[in-house]
Design a protein around this ligand. Structure first.
Ligand code: HPA
Length: 280
């Protein structure tokens, strides 16, 4: 379903924002997308207000069974945050603007920073499963863009600058706290694909050749949307499998999830350390 009508989009954002505000949530500074591997972080949030996605008008509803999405408003490391428990992927059939929609509304209710995590396949041969990578930059190979269609000028510019989508200061904080706390953290380029089929060996070789260190099926739509609205972004990938074109092995979903879960504790720790070390 297209939503290329500016008035329609404006109305939807307003309706959803008003519905959220009716729950009287604390105003968040930071939005955290809890991707694969970051499920455990939700338990550490001091949740003041939890809003199931299906209680919010216009919100996409997760297709993943047994996984009702929620917005979790509260504090983590004394920071006012909103956790997005459950995210949406292109391969599920959502439109780019639908995937972007939760980011629009969490920004409207106050979040000026986005911390996002994902599961990704390693392309850099030096990476190992269950290690973490801070995203330095991305390549959008999904073929989609959440900003396609008329621009809502009050949200952001028509042609948003992409010279530095991932905030340098946040990357530096993540690298410093990782080093100080013995968390192995790579820094690399994330390439986003639409999926759901995994990459062929030839595609894997191509992705490595064009400069990517990790590949995944999420994150890009949300990050472009956040940058459009001037949010600062930090992205962390959990390397769940390593894809080497000359020694290419299947990475079944069970392996991806198991390796993401193994990294969950380190990922939660890293994000909490970043929150603790953010400048006021
Ligand atoms: N390819 C694409 N997406 C992924 C992968 C992969 O190898 N691993 C986890 N998400």
């Amino acid at each position: 379903m297209a939503c290329f009508d500016t008035e329609e989009m404006r109305t939807r954002i307003k309706e959803t924002t008003e519905s959220i505000l009716a729950y009287n949530p604390p105003v968040p500074d930071i939005a955290i997308i809890m991707g694969t591997g970051l499920g455990g972080l939700a338990e550490e949030i001091n949740v003041e207000v939890a809003i199931p996605y299906d209680k919010l008008p216009n919100f996409p509803v997760s297709t993943v069974e047994g996984h009702r999405g929620k917005l979790l408003f509260g504090t983590l490391e004394d920071r006012a945050i909103v956790g997005l428990q459950g995210r949406f992927h292109l391969y599920e059939g959502y439109e780019p603007w639908e995937i972007a929609f939760p980011i629009r509304v969490v920004n409207k209710v106050g979040a000026k920073m986005l911390i996002t995590s994902n599961a990704a396949g390693g392309l850099n041969p030096l990476y190992r499963p269950s290690e973490l990578m801070v995203i330095s930059d991305h390549i959008n190979l999904t073929g989609f863009n959440p900003l396609r269609g008329p621009n809502l000028d009050e949200l952001g510019p028509r042609f948003p600058d992409m010279t530095e989508p991932y905030d340098r200061e946040l990357i530096e904080i993540a690298e410093n706290v990782a080093l100080e706390n013995a968390i192995r953290l790579h820094r690399g380029v994330f390439v986003g694909v639409a999926g759901p089929s995994m990459e062929t060996a030839a595609e894997t070789r191509f992705l490595r050749m064009i400069g990517a260190d990790a590949v995944g099926m999420s994150t890009i739509m949300e990050v472009i949307t956040a940058v459009h609205m001037g949010m600062r972004v930090l992205g962390i990938s959990v390397i769940t499998n390593v894809n080497l074109p000359d020694n290419y092995k299947p990475a079944p979903i069970e392996l991806v999830i198991a390796n993401a879960e193994k990294a969950g504790e380190a990922l939660s720790r890293l994000i909490k350390l970043v929150l603790r070390n953010l400048p006021e």
